[in-house]
Design a protein around this ligand. Structure first.
Ligand code: ATR
Length: 280
């Protein structure tokens, strides 16, 4: 019998996830199908019960359900619990178990594209929302202790640091303070939606004080080159867009479901084809 997988979210119709997972299922002959399900917040509990009742084998969770789903699961992995968000659920003998592959997906993409040790590097994370939570907690859990956070609402960044149970040396700044101290950082990571389509003219902070050999990473992949990345490139910085994170989080979810770690480059290419662009 065909195994059913999917993604739940609101809105969901533009999700690229069905394209990449269905391609991987057919490539590995897994007789499985992945569909996007539009689930509004008031229907979340019923949707989870329904998926369990009909034997859905696994699913992704996206905005706005990543935190709200936690009480509806049978078990939540330690890192996902620390992050406070689940983006991947697997059906283990009728029990729904939640994971978070966003943070580790980001880390794998960063390691692939940065190509240097992260141990002694100073990192500035911009933003303190759901995406920042996953990335921050994963970096410090993996022993990368020099991660500071800049956020519009400084209090929210402090909360993020307090909520994360792993040892760290994090300092928290306003955006303006971060702009002033930017030359202290080797790596900048934008997790805010500033610059995402359709607001492509925006950027989360100014780069006047960026170090010459800095690496600037934006988790946005639409557009592939945000205004922040354009500005970083003009300052001779190395840049990375969000395509790698998206592909690696999906690959890790696929591995949780099937035991197979799929070809990440192929996943990136499918997203690129769908966006109609070329890698920057
Ligand atoms: P996500 O779950 O995608 O990370 P989120 O939880 O809404 O989204 O968080 C968005 C992050 O981007 C927050 O840190 C937010 O700052 P606040 O904590 O001050 O709300 C930040 N953000 C959103 N719009 C912004 C803007 N116009 N300028 C600066 N930061 C912004």
């Amino acid at each position: 019998m065909i195994k059913v997988y999917g993604v739940i979210g609101d809105p969901i119709s533009h999700s690229v996830s069905p394209d990449i997972h269905n391609d991987a299922f057919s490539r590995y002959n897994l007789n499985s199908f992945y569909h996007h399900f539009h689930v509004t917040p008031t229907k979340l509990e019923d949707a989870v019960k329904g998926m369990k009742a009909i034997g859905v084998r696994g699913f992704n969770v996206t905005i706005p359900h990543k935190t709200a789903i936690i009480p509806h699961l049978d078990e939540v992995d330690e890192t996902a619990r620390a992050i406070g968000a689940v983006n991947t659920v697997v059906n283990r003998n009728g029990r729904f178990v939640g994971y978070n592959t966003d943070g580790f997906g980001y880390l794998l993409a960063l390691k692939e594209e940065y190509n240097q040790s992260l141990d002694d590097k100073r990192i500035l994370l911009i933003g303190a929302g759901g995406a920042a939570r996953g990335i921050y907690c994963t970096l410090v859990k993996e022993g990368i202790a020099n991660v500071d956070i800049a956020n519009r609402t400084v209090e929210k960044a402090k909360e993020l640091v307090n909520d994360c149970p792993y040892e760290n040396h994090t300092r928290v700044f306003s955006i303006h303070e971060a702009e002033t101290n930017l030359n202290q950082y080797d790596i900048l990571i934008n997790t805010t939606p500033e610059g995402m389509s359709p607001h492509t003219e925006r950027m989360p902070l100014q780069l006047h004080k960026l170090k010459n050999d800095a690496f600037v990473s934006d988790i946005i992949y639409n557009p592939l080159k945000t205004k922040l990345l354009e500005a970083a490139e003009q300052k001779q910085a190395m840049i990375q867009n969000g395509l790698g994170m998206f592909a690696f989080q999906a690959a890790l979810a696929f591995e949780i479901w099937t035991g197979i770690f799929p070809e990440v480059e192929r996943m990136k290419q499918i997203v690129l084809n769908k966006l109609g662009g070329t890698e920057c």
